[in-house]
Design a protein around this ligand. Structure first.
Ligand code: NAP
Ligand code: ZN
Length: 348
């Protein structure tokens, strides 16, 4: 199938229109017309080469929402016209213990990310959601509940699941005290989801310029991470901190905010951090951990959770030809919500 998208051609991360082919349907494949595509900071890290050399040309995008336009003969769960989503993975071995218990992101044989990796069967490089169409095996297709507005659902597929999974894994519930570092795409979803779980949420930000946004989505307020006095006063006041900062940074200013047995979970920036101090960890049995997206079953769960609790990501709709400007804003961290591309603005 012929399609068109926006691709990076080198690590200057400059996106330009790109015509390419999607594979012919395999028996268990679903063909999707992409209607909306979220812009994740991981897309920028990838095309920028922050995570190593890439197989350019590369079409990023792993917050994909659209409708089914065709299905292979063995597909049982989807039919033409269904509202569907695709997140960060498009395949895994489907046979190991991790795939068996629904954590395909940790597939022992390596899951196949939505873009930039060889397809398990053809070896062709996967291409993501900044495009008009995608073809995905049905096990990796999600159903978008009727209560969700399609135009505002895409960021749940990455920003939503990546923050929902640690909130659930660390048992956040009514009365939990949660900190969220960085009020961007992931951070704002962490706030909304934790608030819906009954937590009291504080945003840790570089300044108080996003205070109004933080409060409008349910946070108690902002703690400015460079305000040493306010940070000291907030010592031992949090059970869980979700760290979404996309650049190398210092954890040592955050770990003392955790109460005894508290955890700081890193989801941002894959790479080295400044050296952690052991004192706050040892002296309070505090933990520093990491978390990667979530399995397919849990991704459906967060979509259903958002539908049930009427949670929509805060989306700023842009045209695909505005992607380079959007990246410039992401680079500075000047965003408290998510850019979402309206793919109908892209002509075949
Ligand atoms: P984003 O929308 O750009 O938000 C990042 C936020 O971090 C900014 O809004 C900013 O908030 C804060 N920040 C602090 N220092 C910064 C700096 N020097 N430059 C820019 N921002 C800074 O990013 P995102 O899409 O939420 O992604 C966040 C990170 O999570 C990225 O590294 C991404 O690759 C990663 N990620 C991980 C997973 C996973 O599975 N683990 C999944 C998706 C994304 P304040 O202004 O409030 O400080
Ligand atoms: Zn992402």
């Amino acid at each position: 199938m012929k399609t068109v998208g926006y691709a990076a051609h080198s690590n200057d991360a400059h996106m330009t229109p790109y015509h390419f082919e999607r594979r012919a349907l395999r028996p268990n494949d679903v063909a999707i017309e992409i209607l909306y595509s979220g812009v994740c900071h991981s897309d920028l890290h990838t095309v920028n080469g922050d995570w190593g050399p890439q197989p350019y040309p590369l079409v990023p995008g792993h917050e994909i929402v659209g409708q089914v336009i065709d299905v292979g003969p063995a597909v049982t769960n989807y039919k033409v016209g269904d509202r569907v989503g695709v997140g960060c993975m498009v395949d895994s071995c489907q046979a190991c213990d991790q795939c068996d218990h629904g954590e395909e992101q940790f597939c022992r044989n390596g899951m196949t990310p939505t873009y930039g990796f060889p397809d398990r069967i053809s070896g062709e490089i996967t291409q993501g959601g900044y495009s008009k169409h995608i073809v995905v095996r049905e096990e990796f297709v999600l159903s978008i509940p009727a209560a969700l507005d399609l135009a505002r659902a895409a960021p749940i597929l990455c920003a939503g699941i990546t923050t929902y999974s640690p909130l659930r894994n660390w048992g956040v519930k009514a009365g939990s005290r949660v900190g969220v570092i960085g009020l961007g795409g992931l951070g704002h979803m962490a706030v909304k989801l934790a608030v819906a779980m009954g937590a009291e949420v504080t945003v840790l930000s570089r300044s108080n310029s996003k205070e109004a946004e933080a409060k409008s989505i349910g946070a108690k307020g902002i703690l400015v991470s460079s305000d040493a006095e306010a940070m000291a006063a907030a010592g031992a006041s949090m059970d869980l901190i979700i760290d979404t900062v996309p650049v190398k940074h210092d954890l040592n200013i955050y770990t003392p905010l955790l109460d005894i047995d508290g955890s700081l979970v890193i989801v941002g920036q894959i790479g080295p951090l400044n050296e952690p101090l052991t004192v706050p960890l040892v002296m309070g049995r505090r933990r520093v951990a990491g978390s990667l997206i979530g399995g397919i079953r849990e991704t459906q769960e967060v979509l259903d959770f958002c539908a049930e609790h009427n949670i929509h990501p805060e989306c700023e709709m842009i045209r695909p030809d505005q992607i380079n400007e959007a990246y410039a804003v992401l680079k500075k961290g000047d965003i408290s919500h998510r850019y979402v591309m309206d793919m109908s603005a892209l002509e075949l």
